[in-house]
Write a protein that binds this ligand. Structure first.
Ligand SMILES: *Cc1c(COP(=O)(O)O)cnc(C)c1O
Length: 368
């Protein structure tokens, strides 16, 4: 054997980057179920008219060609929908990709991201992936942001990027535009205000009017929630063109494919369906919140989104009974820091919500 022994299974693998050592791959905690209320998805698929429009448009698309990196047509459509200029829009492969891109541009190499947990888990995971230091200002016991502490920490001047969700996932509440404006004035770091659930919220929480006055404001939106397109991976952000200029350097040029762009355009052309679905979800949210609040010892947190955070004594057991005995899947956060005893329940169709409530009553009233 002139070249030494052949490769054997005993050969070890060179270690990957050191900062991956303590990371676990993302787990969406998906399980097959009769009623899926765990991922804040829309319970409704494409409308008949959008489906027909997509099928017709498919026939003319040249899928042998690369997509337009910035999807000029969709970009213009999003700009009109949001009341901004096209240069203020950047699309991504889901909102998640844009969060990652922000960290590639403003994080890395020990630079600092400020967050207010409990919030969306991707901020911290992507920060660790990009070797960005995470600084936390924890929320209060009632899950609200500790505004003074957050402002003071940001004001120290060593923060490179801030990420906050409004409505926040998984707690459901929004930040006032007054407070957002104070954050924007407290430093020159980009402030990502993640508004993935904005469509379900009171319009007073739409921070887009602040874009005109603050170059460091970045708003994140997505087609995954109210628009019902979690399966195609399409999100966008609204920001000053100088921010977008930096992000275009780090983003993968073809991350959004022609097919997703086509569906996004079709859905944006059918806003009546969106309005009707959002109105139903908001009504259902209040109905489900009222019913859950009547269960013994339940605490329902106020929500501006398409889900409710609820705490119960014995939440983990309730989660298990809902799933195993009734086929209703909700998200168990009861072992997460700051969310002890909490379940997050997405709002489904009225029929699904009835099934949830019926199952919940049986589970909570059953002798343990
Ligand atoms: C769902 C969600 C997103 C983005 O989801 P994508 O499917 O990647 O667009 C962003 N932020 C929050 C808080 C979310 O809940």
């Amino acid at each position: 054997m002139p070249f030494g022994p052949p490769p054997s299974s005993e050969r070890t693998l060179r270690a990957p980057a050191a900062h991956l050592a303590d990371l676990a791959p993302y787990d969406p905690k998906y399980l097959p179920a009769r009623v899926l209320l765990s991922a804040n998805e829309s319970p409704w698929g494409l409308t008949e008219s959008v489906r027909a429009c997509v099928l017709a448009a498919l026939a003319d698309r040249e899928f042998n060609r690369y997509p337009d990196p910035l999807a000029a047509d969709l970009r213009a459509q999003i700009a009109t929908y949001c009341g901004v200029r096209a240069e203020q829009v950047l699309i991504g492969n889901g909102g998640d990709e844009l969060i990652f891109d922000l960290l590639l541009a403003w994080g890395t190499g020990g630079r600092r991201l400020l967050i207010a947990p409990p919030s969306f888990g991707s901020y911290e995971i992507f920060a660790r992936l990009t070797d960005t230091e995470v600084i936390e200002v924890a929320r209060r016991a009632d899950k609200s942001v500790d505004e003074q502490t957050l402002l003071a920490r940001l004001g120290e001047g060593d923060i490179d990027l801030l990420m906050l969700a409004s409505p926040n996932n998984p707690t459901g509440e929004c930040l006032s535009c007054d407070f957002v404006e104070r954050l924007l004035a407290a430093s020159d770091a980009p402030v990502l205000l993640d508004q993935a659930y904005l469509e379900f919220a009171d319009p007073v929480y739409d921070a887009s009017p602040l874009l005109a006055r603050h170059d460091n404001l970045v708003l994140l939106r997505t087609f995954s929630k109210a628009f019902g397109l979690a399966g195609i991976r399409l999100g966008y952000l609204l920001a000053n063109p100088a921010v977008i200029h930096e992000l275009v350097k780090v983003r993968q040029p073809y991350s959004v494919d022609s097919f997703s762009t086509l569906i996004g355009s079709a859905v944006l052309a059918d806003l009546d369906a969106l309005d009707e679905r959002v109105a139903t979800t908001r009504l259902e949210r209040e109905r489900v919140a009222g019913e859950l609040a009547r269960l013994p010892d339940a605490r329902v947190y106020p929500s501006e989104a398409n889900f409710l955070l609820v705490s119960f004594p014995g939440a983990a057991v309730i989660w298990q009974r809902l799933y195993e005995d009734h086929g209703v899947l909700v998200r168990d956060f009861s072992h997460s820091p700051g969310l002890e005893g909490c379940l997050r329940i997405s709002i489904g169709t009225p029929e699904e919500n009835d099934l949830l409530l019926e199952a919940m009553r049986k589970v909570v009233e059953a002798p343990v």
